[in-house]
Design a protein around this ligand. Structure first.
Ligand code: HMG
Ligand code: MG
Length: 301
C-alpha cells in the first residue's frame, strides 16, 4: 500500500462543532451566507447545524431556519446532528441528506452530554438510525472520548469498539471517532485503529480530531498510514464540545488541506474559496481563528 491515500474526503463541521461552543452569536443570515460559500469549496459534506435542545446549545437554536434556507449544492451532502426522534423529525422537516447520531464511549461524558447512561442511549439511537435509514438518509454514528475522557481519564479501545459494534448493528453507514478533548498522540491512534480496523473496514471509519494540544495533524498522518481516508475538520480551527471542559477547536480544514496538498493527496477542494469562507467567519466572530495556514495566507493577501 502507498504511504498516503490518493484521495481524502473531508467533512466540514465548522457550522456545527465550530459554532456550538462560540460565545459570539452569528446571525442566521450570516450562517446561511457562510455555509453557501463553504458549499462552493469542493467539500463533499457539510454538517450545517444541530437539532439538539436549544437550551443545551443556544448558538444553534436556528438549525431549522438554516436548514430551510441554505442553497443546496447537489455535489454536497448536508448533514446535521440529531440526538433523538424529536431532533430527527425537525431535521427531516428542515432538510438533511445525512443524520449524525452521537454518543460517548465514556459513561460520564455521555451523561453530561446527552443526559443518559450508555445503556439508556442505545434504544434511543437505534430508533433514530432505523427511522433515518427508512427515510433514505445516510447515517453517521459519532463516538466521543475515544482516547480520553475529561471526567474518567483513559478510555480503552475495547470500550470504543463495543459502542461501535452496537451502532453498526443498528445500521449506521459509518462511524466517526472523536478525540473530543484533543489529548491523543500517534501511538494512541495506533492502539485504537489496530483494534477498530480489526473489526470494521477503513471506509467505514472517520477520524474526528480536536486540536487542543496541536497533535491533530500528526494524528491525521498516522491515521492515513492505517488506511483512513475520511476526516472531520472545521474551518479556521473553530470548535469544541460545550460538555467537555477543555475541548478546543477541531483541526482546521485549512491546515488539513495545506497538508494534503503538500503530500499530493487529492481532496477536490479549493484553498482560495476555503480561505474566503474562513475570513468571513473570523470577521463575524471578531477574533483570530487558530489555523496557522489561514493566518499565513491572510498575512500575504
Ligand atoms: P433531556 O432534557 O434529557 O431531554 O435532554 P428529554 O427527552 O427528557 O426532554 C426534555 C425536554 O426537551 C422536552 O420538552 C423535549 O420535548 C425537549 P418539554 O416536554 O419539557 O417541553 N427536547 C428537545 N427539544 C428540541 N430538540 C430536541 C429535543 N429533545 C428533547 N432534539 C438531549 C436530552 C439529548 C435533548 C439534550 O441532552 C441535548 O440536547 N444535548 C445536546 C448536547 C450537545 O449538543 N453537545 C454537543 C454535541 S456532541 C459533540 O460536540 C461531540 C462530537 O463533535 C464528537 C467529538 O468531538 O467527540 C459530535
Ligand atoms: Mg467534536
Amino acid at each position: 500500500m502507498e504511504r498516503w491515500p490518493e484521495f481524502v474526503q473531508i467533512k466540514e463541521v465548522g457550522p456545527r462543532d465550530g459554532l456550538q461552543n462560540e460565545k459570539q452569536r452569528i446571525s442566521t443570515a450570516d450562517k446561511i451566507h457562510w455555509i453557501n460559500t463553504l458549499s462552493e469549496s469542493g467539500v463533499k459534506e457539510v454538517e450545517y447545524s444541530s437539532f439538539v435542545h436549544p437550551k443545551w446549545v443556544p448558538a444553534l437554536s436556528d438549525a431549522h431556519e438554516v436548514g430551510r434556507r441554505i442553497k443546496r449544492n447537489p455535489d454536497v451532502r448536508y448533514s446535521a446532528l440529531v440526538p433523538n426522534m424529536k431532533g430527527l423529525d425537525l431535521a427531516l422537516e428542515a432538510g438533511i441528506d445525512g443524520a449524525s447520531v452521537f454518543m460517548s464511549a465514556s459513561e460520564t461524558h455521555n451523561r453530561k452530554n446527552i443526559n443518559k447512561s450508555i445503556d439508556e442511549t442505545y434504544p434511543v439511537l437505534q430508533e433514530v438510525i432505523q427511522e433515518a435509514k427508512d427515510a433514505g438518509k445516510h447515517v453517521t454514528g459519532y463516538v466521543s472520548t475515544v482516547f480520553d475522557c475529561p471526567y474518567e481519564g483513559i478510555i480503552t479501545p475495547e470500550q470504543v469498539v463495543h459502542v461501535c459494534e452496537q451502532l453498526i448493528e443498528f445500521g449506521v453507514d459509518d462511524i466517526s471517532l472523536g478525540d473530543t478533548i484533543g489529548t491523543a498522540v500517534p501511538a494512541q491512534v495506533d492502539q485504537l485503529l489496530d483494534e477498530v480496523l480489526n473489526r470494521f473496514p477503513s471506509e467505514k471509519v472517520i477520524m474526528h480530531f480536536h486540536d487542543t494540544r496541536g497533535m491533530a495533524i500528526a494524528n491525521i498522518m498516522r491515521s492515513m498510514e492505517h488506511g483512513i481516508t475520511r476526516f472531520d475538520s472545521a474551518i479556521g480551527g473553530l470548535g469544541g464540545c460545550p460538555y467537555a471542559p477543555g475541548a478546543a477547536g477541531n483541526v482546521a480544514t485549512n491546515d488539513v488541506l495545506y497538508l494534503l496538498n503538500g503530500l499530493g493527496v487529492k481532496t477536490g477542494m479549493d484553498e482560495t474559496k476555503l480561505q474566503e469562507a474562513a475570513l468571513f467567519i473570523q470577521n463575524k466572530l471578531g477574533k483570530v481563528l487558530p489555523s496557522k495556514s489561514l493566518a499565513y495566507a491572510a498575512s500575504q493577501s
